[in-house]
Design a protein around this ligand. Structure first.
Ligand SMILES: [Zn+2]
Length: 266
């Protein structure tokens, strides 16, 4: 319960690494198709430059562009000036947060001690999505047996498959379909008051990303939960920097000073 006696809400952020909007539209994703019909969505959300995993995640979790946080490649370094992070500010309000990921640098997204649970499994080449499924199974088990308010599930296989087999290849579509089943498995055990957000950090083209090409910079965003309209395509411009402010608003918290993203309205 909150100090005002209101029951705590829940929020889960699913990040399918390197999922292009047209990849989502083409792959077999029966569960996400349903979520989309029950929520708001856009196929035109923008990520940041460089369209690279760690800079993009840092902009998502700290709601500032790379020229402010200074992470320009997949190597973590201290920020030039302190910036509050999504995990940390929720934790500081006494709300338990958890992270489930299979790409190791993402451990840097929270301060030591902020996470009630942190699960990491190393993803290996050519496992056909097994690592995503194992991580999902761990997350499902933990989330259904612990108190939590915000959780993050990161699925790496789509990016790995894009690099190995090419973006928009059949193997890439298969990886997105696998992620759809993982997300369905988690959602089946979530409380009814949960805000669900599904997005990606960047897209990709040929066998790579990192550029300012539309295919790299454009990502899907789907939101479903209490108070969110059904089957509404967002017309406003949405950035991945807007996701953290939207989550803190949903949880009844104030947007921290320094965040440059806006709360997504609908
Ligand atoms: Zn990525």
């Amino acid at each position: 319960m909150t100090s005002s006696g209101e029951p705590l809400r829940h929020a889960v952020l699913f990040l399918v690494d390197a999922m292009r909007p047209d990849g989502l539209l083409t792959a077999k994703t029966p569960f996400l198709d349903q979520v989309l019909m029950r929520g708001v969505y856009t196929y035109r959300a923008r990520t940041v430059m460089p369209s690279t995993t760690l800079p993009c995640h840092t902009s998502l979790f700290f709601s500032v562009p790379p020229d402010i946080h200074g992470i320009l490649d997949n190597v973590w370094k201290s920020f030039p000036k302190p910036i509050p992070g999504l995990f940390d500010i929720i934790h500081e309000q006494g709300m338990p947060v958890a992270s489930f990921f299979n790409w190791e640098p993402l451990r840097e997204l929270s301060q030591p001690g902020s996470l009630a649970a942190s699960f990491f499994i190393r993803d290996n080449p050519g496992d056909d999505g097994r690592c995503d499924r194992e991580l999902t199974s761990m997350a499902r088990s933990w989330l259904s047996s612990h108190e939590w308010v915000f959780s993050f599930l990161y699925l790496h296989n789509t990016d790995k498959t894009g690099h190995a087999s090419g973006w928009m290849s059949n193997a890439y579509f298969g990886a997105i379909a696998n992620a759809d089943r993982c997300i369905e498995s988690i959602c089946s055990i979530l409380p009814e008051d949960t805000l669900i957000i599904v997005t990606s950090d960047h897209g990709g083209h040929d066998h790579t990303h990192h550029t300012d090409a539309e295919e790299d910079m454009t990502v899907p965003l789907i939101m479903h939960g209490p108070g969110i309209p059904k089957n509404l395509e967002l017309t406003e411009n949405v950035s991945i920097m807007d996701i953290a402010p939207t989550i803190v608003r949903f949880l009844g918290l104030a947007k921290p000073e320094g965040w440059q993203g806006k709360e997504i309205s609908f």
